[in-house]
Design a protein around this ligand. Structure first.
Ligand SMILES: [Zn+2]
Ligand SMILES: [Zn+2]
Length: 398
């Protein structure tokens, strides 16, 4: 049987551009927050159904899973796309900007979903050119833990048929359009949250000696915590401690009884992940004790670190080179300390998370993820789609 050449695949993906753009803009105009992706899920289900995929809807809430059978074969290759938007007011004059006040696709999940749909359409056309099954997983709620990935895995998405490998492409407007970026090994960090409650004793602002000032103590705690990463962590090991919120006090002349601080702890290794909260709690509690205050430290675990599988990453790399040429593939030197719940898939089966370049300075598409003016060059959709299809066809080669 004559296979589909990368050139022919690229042409087919290019011919799909208008359709990809239409889907992307429709999703972009109607962004939906985590577990509320009803319209987006409906669109995904409609496209899959129309192209002959067996589908399951309502998986872990709004998730949609499609299965496509090719020639008889044992292996199953999966593609994951996240569907949720963020609670950010979009700053855009684009005709396709968000129509939902305060909600926008600032992380490019509209693009991720669209590439998943594009791949679904092309794979359906070529089901006689691969052996086994392809599964597409449209996932709710990537942005806030507990996200949709874990819930979908619990709902059995990696079984029946059992998934042998999974990939996820993520739109990235800091990487030039036309490029794919990836690396094997560590890609993103474990991202945990914590809450510190400092309990002092309230009183009149004129009588500090009869009170225990939680705000003054919070200042020491904030400064003391900076010592954790700078003085206790190996300089060659990545770790982050950020306090993002401090709340306390009710009036200028009242000594605050309590202060709460919320922050994030990020790391790449399990040992560091265990150590950081222990020491953060120890430092905060020690400082509070020294100043006669109580301190409660609560850890809210987030996602573990994301590691790309060497073999599957090599497959995506090879496929991306066929589509974008050797210069179109960028090897990421380092992981980043952001988090991503694709990590749950990667912990279960060989997986690769890769970035799809959508940067185009001439068109103003240069902003980082979660920026209120985030946008990307839609030509990226063609490349991302083609890379996903190529990787699937290679993995399930006849
Ligand atoms: Zn995001
Ligand atoms: Zn994202």
């Amino acid at each position: 049987m004559k296979g589909l050449t990368p050139r022919a695949l690229q042409r087919e993906a290019q011919a799909l551009f208008t359709q990809l753009q239409k889907w992307r803009r429709k999703i972009h105009q109607h962004p939906e927050l985590g577990f509320k992706e009803h319209r987006t899920a409906k669109l995904a289900a409609e496209v899959l159904r129309k192209h002959g995929w067996d589908i399951k809807t309502g998986v872990a809430g709004t998730g949609v899973v499609g299965v496509l059978r090719g020639l008889p074969g044992e292996k199953t290759f999966a593609i994951r796309a996240d569907m949720d938007a963020l609670p950010i007011a979009e700053q855009s004059k684009a005709p396709y900007c968000s129509q939902v006040p305060g909600v926008m696709h600032a992380c490019g999940h509209d693009g991720n979903t669209t590439m998943g749909l594009g791949a679904a359409v092309l794979l359906a056309r070529h089901r006689s050119q691969f052996k086994g099954q392809v599964k597409v997983v449209f996932q709710p709620c990537e942005e806030s833990p507990p996200g949709g990935a874990e819930a979908m895995i619990r709902a059995g998405v990696l079984h029946k048929p059992r998934v042998d490998a999974i990939i996820a492409g993520h739109m990235d407007a800091t990487l030039p359009v036309g490029q794919i970026a990836l690396r094997a090994g560590a890609v993103m960090a474990a991202a945990d949250m914590f809450k510190l409650t400092i309990q002092g004793k309230g009183g009149h602002g004129a009588f500090p000696h009869r009170s225990v000032d939680a705000i003054a103590i919070a200042g020491h705690v904030l400064a003391g915590l900076q010592n954790l990463v700078s003085r206790e962590v190996d300089p060659l090991e990545p770790a982050v401690l950020t306090i993002g919120q401090i709340q306390g006090g009710s009036a200028f002349n009242v000594i605050a009884e309590t202060v709460t601080m919320r922050g994030t702890l990020r790391s790449l290794t399990p040992a560091m992940r265990r150590e950081l909260p222990k020491r953060a709690a120890g430092i905060a509690q020690g400082i509070c004790r020294a100043h006669r205050a109580q301190c409660r430290f609560e850890l809210e675990p987030g996602h573990p670190a994301l590691y790309n599988h060497t073999g599957i990453t090599a497959s995506v790399r090879a496929a991306a080179k066929k589509i974008s040429g050797p210069k179109g593939v960028v090897e990421l030197e380092r992981p980043e300390m952001t988090g991503e719940d694709f990590t749950y898939f990667a912990a279960s089966v060989p997986a690769c998370f890769f970035r799809v370049g959508g940067r185009n300075a001439a068109k103003g598409f240069v902003n980082d993820w979660h920026h209120p003016a985030f946008d990307f060059d839609e030509n990226a959709l063609v490349i991302g789609t083609a890379v996903m299809v190529q990787t699937a066809l290679d993995f399930l080669a006849v």
